[in-house]
Design a protein around this ligand. Structure first.
Ligand code: NI
Length: 195
């Protein structure tokens, strides 16, 4: 089922999400809905708080980034194979020199800003079958995971930009929270008022 994506301004996006049992029926069902919802919105990642559930789950499919010609064949193959569900994830290490990448978010349509993050991470998580895993990710894949992991900690990419840049997009963010935007997927706006 395609669920509405909650927009900037909804308090659920600022909350630290709770650990959950991967094998619970309602969790498995939610994950199916998350995949459907993410693809319907052409996203490369989606976290449970973005559909209003404060649970520690996110999904990623960074394969659209594989179209980037500056990437090597190995990097492209890696991105194409990284369709994954992460449950109760925890970033254990972040290493390397911070690099800049333009991020966007399904909860904040039409806003894109450069964000600095470290290029390599070590992530502990459970998969959909409840298996405990530890895996290293780098580059764009690590970037997408860091962005989604922020969501379950109640952090948005707009919290990671300079105060000046944030001032410049303030009115845009306010418009999003009121639903005054054009978007081609279902959303739920915190301050939407019927006329
Ligand atoms: Ni996001």
């Amino acid at each position: 089922m395609i669920l509405p994506i909650v927009a900037y301004g909804n308090p659920v996006l600022k909350k630290k999400a709770q650990e959950i049992d991967p094998l619970a029926d309602e969790v498995q069902e939610l994950i199916d809905d998350m995949w459907e919802t993410m693809y319907n919105a052409n996203g490369v990642g989606l976290a449970a708080p973005q559909i209003g559930k404060s649970w520690r789950i996110f999904i990623i499919d960074p394969s659209p980034f594989a179209a980037d010609d500056s990437l090597s064949e190995v990097e492209k193959k890696e991105l194409e194979s990284l369709k994954q569900t992460f449950i109760n994830p925890e970033i254990l290490e972040q290493v390397g020199d911070e690099w800049n990448f333009e991020e966007g978010c399904l909860s904040i349509p039409d806003v894109r800003e450069d964000v600095f993050r470290k290029p390599e991470i070590l992530l502990a998580y459970q998969d959909r079958q409840g298996n405990e895993k530890e895996e290293r990710f780098s580059g764009v894949a690590a970037r997408v995971i860091q962005h989604e992991h922020d969501h379950i900690e109640g952090v948005l990419f707009t919290d990671r930009i300079s105060a000046l840049k944030k001032r410049l997009i303030k009115s845009k963010l306010s418009a999003i929270s009121k639903g005054k935007i054009e978007v081609d997927y279902r959303m739920k706006f915190p301050r939407y008022k019927k006329k």
